[in-house]
Design a protein around this ligand. Sequence first.
Ligand code: NAX
Length: 328
Amino acid sequence: TRTPVNVTVTGAAGQIGYALLFRIASGHLLGADVPVRLRLLEIPQAVKAAEGTAMELDDCAFPLLSGIDIFDDAAKAFEGTNVALLVGARPRTKGMERGDLLEANGGIFKPQGEAINAGAADDVKVLVVGNPANTNALIAQSHAPDVPAERFTAMTRLDHNRALAQLSKKAGVSVADIKKMTIWGNHSATQYPDIFHAEINGKNAAETVNDQAWLENDFIPTVAKRGAAIIEARGASSAASAASAAIDHVHTWVNGTAEGTWTSMAVVSDGSYGVPEGLISSFPVTTKDGKWEIVQGLEINDFSRARIDASVNELAEERDAVRKLGLI
Ligand code: NAX
């Protein structure tokens, strides 16, 4: 039998955690033949709720789940971890300025980065889901100097999947008929979902749809503001879809993208497409053998350029703000 893979999930007692843990334990994260050992991290007040979730996980009798440990100490939670899903974060509350939000999250992601640096397994892969996800990932990464920077990623797969869903409805096709969707930039309202390189059954998606008004006034804002629309409708933020996207992100990273397509991940920039080196920004990426690569050589038209620049500028501002706060 295979050695279990250690998967650490922070914010385990939260609503995304509740949707995520059962799918990890049932084999959807790493595969139907890979046993997992869960390491859950919560704040002390939420440990009891995490214990309740762990009881339910036990009660599912998942054959692949070889154990669950619960911690309120990051150093312990990341010991030996192979896959770290950083979901727990400090949400923006009333009256909080952006600086306050970044500072509060710095207080979470700095020690978690240090703990990953000190104790994680050599092959650790990190996905940051907790918002502001790109900048939280940058904070954690900058406090883990011994871990290759490319192991720290942030989630834009939910945005990617939302874009696939919207385009499939517009074109009257299945999401499986769409390839090469791209989300650029920040996981925020400035993100840019790009269909100029996407393909529907092998034909260029923008040309197939041929509706600039829909693209500008419907598609882009619908994808970018979907999170707010879910809150409005459901009375709570996206949880099952966010968990599903986290599963997709890690599964694709580990198992590779299919020939002839790519996915979207926020990864550390090497300067590609004019994105300043070091920013954790969403790009089109292919994956193979557990490694990602930014898709090179795409032609960026003026429409796309302006939108990519706007989102990347926001990321640079967030980086400058956390630098000023001494968080990176
Ligand atoms: P919840 O508030 O339901 O759960 C968050 C959990 O994190 C809580 O149980 C809390 O106790 C825990 N937590 C707080 N600080 C912690 C710490 N230092 N260590 C460990 N655990 C800690 O939020 P939920 O709906 O689960 O969302 C979690 C995060 O995902 C939020 O930051 C949210 O904004 C973000 N999202 C990111 C998305 C993305 O696409 N990147 C989409 C969905 C979601 O909005």
